[in-house]
Write a protein that binds this ligand. Structure first.
Ligand SMILES: C[S@@+](CC[C@H](N)C(=O)[O-])C[C@H]1O[C@@H](n2cnc3c(N)ncnc32)[C@H](O)[C@@H]1O
Length: 299
């Protein structure tokens, strides 16, 4: 999972750089914060020695590499993603760590896993992937098709729609109150309309919609755990430069880019002088709403 290359692929660019503002310490903090999520996704997948795991939207392999030991020398992890550069990162990491024999790499969209035989997979995992897939039902239908009887889906997805019920979108940016500079924020949104439209498709569903879609796909057993934390849990480092050079998700530019594209110099100054002290003193409030879902193909 060591990022060596930064490419122009937005997914790779975000996972390898913009997620942590290009800051090595923040990167380690992000990875540390994700370990409990990775462990829970893997625990819910109930992987056995010899199993074949398909990790959809594998990114730089957080879940996939975590699974290698669990499936053992006779097992296999298929690292699957739409991003070729990220698959290259995973392939390089598997080569370096001598794990290549247990790994396969597949460039595929979650909604079209036709390269995979029906009934050939023991477990499918996703972490923060379905959120980006528009045709979610098609992805779940594919998961059902590729799984063996008794096979499981174990997924983790953020539920933005629920978060915005607690912390209204537009009034807060990553938990910081931006109401006093709302007109500047509106200007930024106008300049980045396309990205903001994409962002809203990430929050037009909730955890119940996911359960309904898995049910429709044919899964006999479905278990949902909703994890809601209000506080300042989602906060970044308290370091303004890291915050300013980061982006909350792959589909939007870094905050710096958004500001520099949309605002005049005096507006940029006003924007920064409002937000920077809040970030540096960690004066904010976030609602972290996440779903862990397990589904079993019973027939
Ligand atoms: C937020 S990252 C999560 C990466 C990884 N699962 C993890 O836990 O670190 C989202 C990943 O989903 C991939 N992705 C986005 N849309 C996809 C799609 N339609 N099908 C498959 N993968 C997709 C991206 O390339 C990216 O690697």
């Amino acid at each position: 999972m060591q990022p060596n290359t930064i490419t122009s692929d937005p997914w790779a660019e975000w996972l390898l750089k913009n997620r942590h503002g290009g800051d090595a310490e923040q990167r380690l903090r992000v990875i540390e914060a994700m370990k409990p999520v990775r462990d829970k996704v893997l625990e819910n997948a109930e992987l056995k020695q010899g199993a074949t795991l398909l990790d959809v939207g594998t990114g730089d392999g957080l879940i996939g590499f975590g699974a290698i030991e669990k499936v053992g020398a006779d097992g296999k992890v298929i690292f699957s993603d739409i991003s070729e550069p990220l698959l290259d990162v995973c392939r390089a990491c598997a080569t370096e760590t001598g794990l290549l024999d247990q790994c396969e790499f597949l460039k595929a969209d979650a909604i079209d896993l036709s390269a995979i035989e029906p009934g050939s997979i023991d477990a499918v995992t996703t972490r923060s992937v379905i959120i980006y897939v528009t045709a979610k039902q098609r992805a779940f239908d594919e998961f059902f098709r590729v799984l063996k009887k008794g096979g499981r889906v174990s997924m983790f997805e953020p539920i933005g729609k629920l978060s915005y019920e607690f912390i209204p979108k537009g009034d807060y940016y990553l938990g910081y109150d931006i109401r006093p500079i709302k007109e500047l924020v509106e200007k930024m949104k106008d300049a980045h309309k396309a990205q903001h439209a994409l962002q809203s498709t990430m929050s037009d569903f909730d955890e119940r919609d996911l359960v309904k879609m898995l049910d429709k796909a044919g899964f006999g057993f479905i278990h949902l755990e909703l994890d809601v934390t209000l506080g300042n849990a989602g906060m970044l480092s308290g370091n303004w430069e890291v915050f300013y050079n980061s982006s909350p998700n792959p589909l939007v530019p870094t905050l710096r880019k958004q500001v520099e594209v949309a605002l005049l110099p005096d507006e940029q100054e006003r924007f920064i002088s409002h937000l920077k002290p809040l970030v540096e003193t960690n004066t904010g409030r976030t609602a972290q709403c996440r779903a862990f879902i397990t589904a079993i193909k019973e027939v």
